[in-house]
Structures are given as structure tokens and as C-alpha cells.
Design a protein around this ligand. Structure first.
Ligand code: IMP
Length: 429
């Protein structure tokens, strides 16, 4: 069985926890896009794990964890994650990095910052991890693949060209910064090559064998639909395609082999960085939710913007990704709210919309239309089945399911591994 898991809002929906839940029964977990701009948190009996590049299935030794061709890998960050796991007694022998995955190079985070500075008030609010510049170089065909680490002579020739002919002239002439010395950089990357060598493989045969023997494969999405380069709120997006299509090109899985796409949503909405957010709460309710939900970025520590659940966004995500099953996470964060609202669509210049408006100048100024709900004002942390949930909470979930057009089959009731309510089918049974 092949399952794609996608974020349905602007990220930070609680994907790490759903992936961990599914990974327990998966034979293979594949990351297919993004890089260390992602931050997936998994809480187990052994404590909290925060992954940026490592596929979240890594805690299950029998699960092959692949960093796919569509990911951009910062070797410095990945090696740090490997060491951190080893220090906690976990040897990530089950990790495989696609030879085709591109690298975030030493200069990419710097260019990310410099380009943001130049944008001034129009900055995007990127994570400064070099993700956009790394993908841009991939498209310009001046990127470095992880597999290049195994070809020193090739690295030498290409680094000399890219650093001296492309990067240094921009750095020195445009930004008045110091230039890089490509020979020092080569020595540095050859050091990473030695350490990463055991993990680097051509993942094509590995994934095809898993498909041929009908293994359970999970495609772990990072970021989310509304940050998609094509379907998100461009240009306030990330530089990859976190939608279901991107999961396929980023791994090499054929579309005909996908059995199910799971959309992960948070019971409210959050967004890091700039860009339109119609259901945003800029009042004390937003502050309360942010505090209770510890809504500060895993990667950058920035305070996340908070808003009501936006069913127009969620329905759009379900349709774009072909979501057949939805997970509604972090419902417990709303436990103490006396009233809740759900955005069902937008008004803009006399017209109504049931989906995000493609023109973001219009989307930015649309008026959300809300439906109101009574809160349940009960601690739901101990709920393990549907009947354990208060009826106001069940009504909220049922109505969201109706509005988004997908069955809600996983419900997150707290941060721990066991704090889940499941409904309907058993996935990867
Ligand atoms: P970049 O991916 O660093 O280029 O950032 C582009 C936009 O995507 C910014 O608004 C980031 O805050 C946002 N972003 C990137 N990765 C994540 C994520 O994992 N969760 C939430 N927002 C993200």
C-alpha cells in the first residue's frame, strides 16, 4: 500500500505525530521535498525528538527511511541529526539518501538572508535555511547532488566554476561581501562525503523493489498545500511542491501506485512568515491559542500567526491532493475556548468564493464568512475513542468533515503518541 501524507494548511499541522503513528506499520518512509526548513516533532516514551531532515520513521529500526531525490539536504544539519540520534542510543542504519537529492551548500543560507534583506518590506519571511536558493540552483542546473560527494574530481571542477564564476561575483560586487574559497569548501565537503557515504544510494531499485513486493510505503510530506510553489499564496510560499504531485516527482513513485492521500489539518490554523491569512486572529483569543499551543516555530522559534479553522482552505487542499482521509490534530488546544468559529468561504467585491482566490492581492482583502460553534470546555486529553469526546467536540469535528469533503479518521487529542482517537479504517493494517 502507498500512502501520501500532505499538510493541508500552512504547515505545522502535527504531521510528525501522524507520520510516527503510521510509520509503526510502514516498511518504508520517504521524504520527497523541502529540507531543514521543516520541523517534525515526535514524542515517545524516550522523550521528544525534533527532526528537520531525518524521515520521522527513523525511530522504527525495521522501517527503511529514505531522503528522496526531491529533498534539498544540508549535509551539516543532517550529520548533526545523525550524531544526536547516536548520542541517544539510536543508530540510524535504516537511513538511505538518494544520490539524486540536491545539497544546500554553504553559501545558500547566506543568499537566502541577503535576498530577504533586499526585499525589505516585501520580504517573504523565509526560514533562512537556504531552501529557495538551493532549489533555484537545481533548476538553473548549477546545483550539487549528494551523489557528487562521491566524485571528488567532478566536485573540484564544478565547485571551482560555481563558486568563482557564479557566486563570488554576486557576493562581492552586488552585496559587497567576502568571497568564498572553493578549495577550502572542497576539503570541507569531502569530509562530509566520508561520513555520509554509507547512506548514499540510488533509491530507484530500492523503491521499485518495495513496490513490487507490495510493501507499506509512506510518503512523508513537509510544509503544506498553502505553501506550495504553484498552488499556495505565491510568492509567500516555499520553493517546492508539498502537494501530492510533488511527493511523486520527489520520490519516483508512479501516480498509478498511490492508494490513499491523507490530509493533515490542525483544529485551528497557523502560519509562519508573511502572506495572506483571511481567518487570522489578531486579538487575545489568538494569543491564548498561541500560548496554549506553544505555537512558536520548531525551526526558527518565531511566533506563529494564529487563526480560526479555514474550511475553504482545507476543502481546496482536499480537492487538490485527492485527500481520501483526514487527520484533525491539536483539538485539545481548543479545550478552554467558550466559542469557536470556522471560516466557510470568503466575500470579495460582491462575489462569494468557496476556495482561496488565486490573485493574492484580492485574497489578502477578502472577508471571511464564519459559522459559529459552542466550545466543549472539557479536557479531552484522555479520550481514546469517539464516544469519549464531548458532544460539542464531536459536532465540531463532524461539521468540519462535511465542509472539507473528507472523512476525519484520525483525531489528535494531545502531544503524546497514545493521544489519538481513530475512526473508520485501520491504515496499513
Ligand atoms: P522557506 O521554505 O524557508 O523558503 O520559507 C518560505 C515560507 O515557507 C516562509 O513563510 C516559511 O515560514 C514557510 N515555511 C517553510 N517551511 C515551513 C514549515 O515546515 N512549517 C511552516 N512554515 C514553513
Amino acid at each position: 500500500m502507498v500512502i501520501i501524507l500532505v499538510g493541508g494548511q500552512w504547515g505545522d499541522e502535527g504531521k510528525g505525530k501522524v507520520i510516527d503513528y503510521l510509520a509503526a506499520r510502514a516498511d518504508m518512509v520517504i521524504r520527497s521535498q523541502g529540507g531543514n526548513n521543516a520541523g517534525h516533532t515526535v514524542i515517545t516514551e524516550d522523550g521528544e525528538f525534533k527532526f528537520q531532515l531525518m524521515p520521522s520513521g527513523i525511530l522504527y529500526p525495521k522501517c527503511t527511511c529514505i531522503i528522496g531525490n526531491g529533498v534539498v539536504v544540508d549535509p551539516i544539519v543532517l550529520l548533526k541529526e545523525i550524531t544526536q540520534l547516536q548520542e541517544r542510543g539510536i543508530d540510524p542504519k535504516n537511513l538511505v539518501i538518494s544520490e539524486r537529492a540536491h545539497m544546500v551548500m554553504r553559501y545558500h543560507p547566506l543568499f537566502d538572508q541577503l535576498e530577504e534583506d533586499v526585499r525589505g518590506d516585501d520580504r517573504l519571511g523565509t526560514t533562512w535555511r537556504g531552501i529557495g536558493p538551493a532549489y533555484a540552483d537545481k533548476i538553473r542546473r548549477i546545483g550539487f547532488r549528494i551523489g557528487d560527494l562521491q566524485k571528488e574530481a567532478f566536485m573540484r571542477k564544478k565547485l571551482a566554476f560555481v563558486v568563482d564564476q557564479v557566486k563570488n561575483p554576486i557576493l562581492t560586487k552586488l552585496y559587497e561581501r567576502e568571497s568564498y574559497d572553493w578549495e577550502t569548501m572542497l576539503a570541507e565537503y569531502m569530509g562530509y562525503a566520508k561520513q555520509l557515504d554509507p547512506y548514499i544510494k540510488d533509491t530507484f531499485p530500492l523503491i521499485q523493489d518495495a513496490l513490487d513486493s507490495n510493501k507499506n510505503i509512506l510518503l512523508e510530506g513537509a510544509q503544506a498545500t498553502m505553501l506550495d510553489l504553484d498552488f499556495g499564496t505565491y510568492p509567500y510560499v516555499t520553493s517546492s511542491n508539498p502537494t501530492a504531485g510533488g511527493a511523486l516527482t520527489g520520490s519516483g513513485i508512479p501516480p498509478t501506485r498511490v492508494d490513499l492521500t491523507i490530509g493533515v489539518f490542525k483544529a485551528y490554523t497557523s502560519r509562519v512568515g508573511y502572506g495572506p491569512f483571511p481567518s487570522e486572529l489578531t486579538n487575545e483569543v489568538g494569543d491564548q491559542i498561541r500560548e496554549r499551543g506553544h505555537e512558536f516555530g520548531t525551526v526558527t522559534g518565531r511566533a506563529r500567526r494564529i487563526g480560526w479553522f479555514d474550511a475553504a482552505v482545507a476543502r481546496y487542499s482536499c480537492r487538490l491532493n485527492g485527500v481520501g482521509s483526514a487527520a484533525l490534530m491539536r483539538l485539545d488546544i481548543l479545550d478552554d475556548q467558550p466559542h469557536l468559529k470556522v471560516c466557510t468561504g470568503y466575500n470579495f467585491r460582491g462575489s462569494t468564493y468557496d476556495h482561496p482566490i488565486a490573485n493574492i492581492s484580492h485574497y489578502k482583502h477578502c472577508e471571511p464568512v464564519y459559522e459559529e460553534f459552542p466550545g466543549w470546555q472539557t479536557d479531552i486529553g484522555a479520550a481514546r475513542c469517539w464516544e469519549d469526546l464531548p458532544s460539542a467536540c464531536r459536532d465540531y469535528i463532524e461539521r468540519i468533515g462535511e465542509l472539507i469533503g473528507a472523512p476525519i479518521e484520525l483525531i489528535g487529542t494531545g502531544p503524546r503518541r497514545d493521544q489519538f482517537v481513530t475512526r473508520g479504517r485501520t491504515l496499513f493494517a
